[in-house]
Design a protein around this ligand. Sequence first.
Ligand SMILES: [Zn+2]
Length: 184
Amino acid sequence: MAVLPIVTYNDSVLREKAAVIKHLDDELKALIDDMFETMYNSDGVGLAAPQIGKSIRLFVIDGDVMMEEGEEPFGPTAFINPSIMSKTGKNIPMDEGCLSIPEVRDKVFRPETIRVKFTDQHFVEREEEVGSWIARIIQHEYDHLEGVLFIDYLSAFRKRMHKKDLEEIESGNREVSYPVVSKS
Ligand SMILES: [Zn+2]
C-alpha cells in the first residue's frame, strides 16, 4: 500500500466528468487499498479518484468518526461506478471541507437522505439508503466524479471570504500535513 499525493483545487482533473470503470480486477483492488491509506493518512473521511489524478468513477469513505449516538456504523466502503437513485428529506446545511482544498470549510445545503447503488471493494453490488453524515460524504464525493467541488455551491460573498486561502493553495504556498501536488 502507498500514500498517494492529492491534487489541489485548481487542477483540471477535478473538473472532468470521470469515466465509468470497466474492469473489476486486482489492479483496481490495489488502487482502492492505496486510496484508503491516502485518506487515513490525511485524516479525511472521503477521497475520490480524481483527487489522486485518476478520472474514474471511484471513491472511498469512512465516516464512522462523525457518527452520532445511536447511529449504525457504515464502515469503510469503496464506491465503484456509483449512482444516486434518489434524494429525499429537507435540504440541510452542514460544514464541509475537502482534502483538495486544505483548511477551507463552509456550510453547504444538501438533501438529508439518499439512495445509492454501487459496487463495493469486494466487488459486491449494493443498494443502500443512508442519511446524516454518510449521505453528506457520499454526495460530496459523488460530486467529484462530476467535476463539481463544494465551493461551487457557495455564494459569491462566501467565495470572496475564501479568496486568499484559495490563492495560497493555488500558488503551492500553503503548508499541508499530507502530500499534495499543486498545479503551478
Ligand atoms: Zn472533496
